[in-house]
Write a protein that binds this ligand. Structure first.
Ligand SMILES: Nc1nc2c(c(=O)[nH]1)N[C@H]1C(S)=C(S)[C@@H](COP(=O)(O)O)O[C@H]1N2
Ligand SMILES: [Mo]
Length: 201
């Protein structure tokens, strides 16, 4: 403890206690994508909710934007070790998507599916009760294509790879099914505060 003032957490710039272990703060907003940015025209965009293979409801861009819009300002943490504080988003809570579909969450797990073929798994409990949204805006403006526009999932309390960009749908699954990075050695849950980076962390 005697050395804390010289070499402790504060030397990493974390005066807030909001930076998880192994992370450092950034002021810019890095772009991380497994492949090229897909260009999705708003006229062609749709979002589909599924239970297993069965479509429950689909929304066009106009229909989706008519759902209740919620603002959420959160810290985000990428597994490549950058964290960014107070990122301001607007979008539709998963709760409000389920309500519009007239269902309660039907299973314990979900897979997010994206226009670039990306997918990621998240337990249902981490998507509901105000914890996650389908974000449509960042810093008051439409999401840029590189950051996932037209729409991306935002699950801010898990590593940022869970926040699928270019979101096309959410599929509820009976079991916890691995997505793109989870099949390639990343953790099934991804809690930054427990440093759940890789499969066996
Ligand atoms: N569809 C899709 N979503 C994705 C990715 C991707 O390659 N494709 N990369 C993930 C990863 S690893 C991170 S860290 C964040 C990066 O989001 P950003 O580019 O807006 O910072 O998006 C996540 N969502
Ligand atoms: Mo990432």
């Amino acid at each position: 403890m005697a050395t804390r003032g010289f070499t402790g957490r504060r030397s990493t710039g974390d005066e807030t206690g909001r930076v998880p272990p192994g992370q450092h703060l950034v002021e810019d907003f890095p772009v991380l994508s497994a492949g090229p940015t897909p260009r999705v025209k708003l006229d062609d965009w749709s979002f589909t909710l599924k239970t297993g293979p069965r479509p429950v409801k689909s929304w066009s861009w106009a229909e989706f934007n008519a759902l209740p819009i919620t603002k959420m300002t959160r810290d985000i943490h990428c597994v490549t070790t950058w964290s960014k504080l107070n990122t301001p988003w607007e979008g539709v809570l998963v709760d409000d998507i389920l309500a519009d579909a007239g269902i309660a969450a039907p299973t314990g797990f979900a897979l997010a599916h994206s226009y670039d073929g990306y997918s990621t798994n998240v337990p249902t409990a981490d998507l509901i009760v105000g914890k996650a949204m389908v974000a449509l805006r960042y810093e008051g403006a439409a999401l840029t294509p590189d950051h996932g526009g037209p729409a991306r999932l935002l699950v801010p309390h898990l590593y940022f790879w869970k926040s699928a960009k270019w979101l096309h749908g959410l599929q509820f699954t009976e079991r916890d099914e691995a997505g793109f990075w989870e099949l390639r050695g990343y953790h099934m849950y991804g809690d930054p505060w427990r440093e759940q980076r890789y499969t066996n962390d």
